[in-house]
Design a protein around this ligand. Structure first.
Ligand code: SF4
Length: 310
């Protein structure tokens, strides 16, 4: 009871601080349930990048991992972007340091570079265009060259390769998301046996075998949209980080959702708590700060994506 009262009081203080500071909370679909519930907007990387550009708030409290908060800061140089826990570092983004990308560019001088938004700002600054899991296929097809350097996720590269005759070269060769790699075929077979009527809806960060067995492959917001559609049915096996289940159950309470793997948890996404959000609002830090030159170059690559993917 005491805990509950404390939680309600914290939520009230956060709401008051948001009004006083003209701040907005943006949260990714993988955030803790209570963080999603207090946010003005919950979405995937592409939704959040667009939302960050639209807001009239002075401060953005960004509940996602480092590269997402950096993207919001790059698109909003006049706003303060604050990430409640600076330790929320995406391991996939770390797999493509700028030096490795430069070496790959030297080895493929005629290729354009498309980077998944899950990359560091320094690497984005070296890209021709950014993509998200919602638009990777569209972006690759819109590029000018017949060979594309694509990183860091080799599974998203596999997904993008399906709709193009261009040659996609993954960089690094085996970049991946450790949380989505928890979702293996044995889990999928077991889940399908337990729920034979359920449609399989997965994220393109899943391994190729799981993608090939799915009824639908989409970004997290795309997965929510599919599950909300009547023709997709009322029972689903979900192949992504388990945080999405909260939003799915909230938006479609009459439908049934089962995670393919309950161990597909991203610990970095769970680092933001209500306590840390309150502190971030109070102190307006830790602020996301990016070097000006990197910011300007990275912005060009992100804006090219937003231009192509309207
Ligand atoms: S779910 Fe995977 S790609 Fe997304 S932030 Fe976590 S580690 Fe990075």
């Amino acid at each position: 009871m005491e805990m509950r009262k404390e939680g309600i009081e914290r939520v009230e203080r956060i709401e008051r601080l948001k009004r006083e500071k003209n701040a907005i909370i943006l949260a990714h679909n993988y955030q803790r349930a209570e963080v999603q519930d207090i946010a003005e907007f919950v979405g995937d990387s592409l939704d959040l990048a667009r939302k960050a550009m639209d807001t009239t708030s002075d401060t953005i409290i960004f509940c996602g991992v480092d590269f997402m908060a950096e993207t919001a800061a790059i698109l909003n140089p006049d706003k303060k972007v604050v990430i409640p826990d600076k330790g929320a570092i995406c391991p996939m983004a770390q797999q493509l340091p700028a030096g490795d990308l430069l070496a790959a560019k030297r080895a493929h001088p005629d290729a354009e570079v498309v980077l998944y938004v899950n990359t560091l700002a320094e690497s984005k600054a070296l890209a021709d265009c950014i993509c998200t899991s919602a638009n990777a296929q569209e972006i690759v097809n819109a590029m000018d060259t017949s060979t594309i350097l694509f990183g860091p996720d080799c599974n998203l590269a596999y997904h993008a390769q399906k709709t193009t005759s261009k040659k996609i070269v993954p960089v690094p060769e085996y970049g991946l998301c450790p949380s989505h790699h928890q979702i293996v075929m044995a889990d999928l077979i077991k889940a399908k046996e337990a729920h034979p009527r359920a449609k399989i809806v997965v994220h393109p960060e899943c391994i190729p075998e799981v993608q090939d067995r799915a009824d639908y492959i989409a970004s997290t917001s795309g997965m929510v949209k599919i599950c909300n559609e009547v023709e997709a049915g009322d029972e689903f096996l979900i192949g992504t980080e388990v945080g999405l289940l909260h939003r799915l159950k909230k938006e479609a309470p009459k439908k049934k959702f089962y995670p393919i793997s309950t161990t597909a948890v991203c610990p970095q996404m769970k680092m933001h708590t209500l306590e840390k959000i309150e502190e971030a609002l109070e102190k307006e830090k830790p602020e996301v700060v990016i070097e000006k030159e990197i910011m300007e170059k990275a912005r060009k690559a992100i804006e090219r994506m937003l231009e192509i993917s309207k």
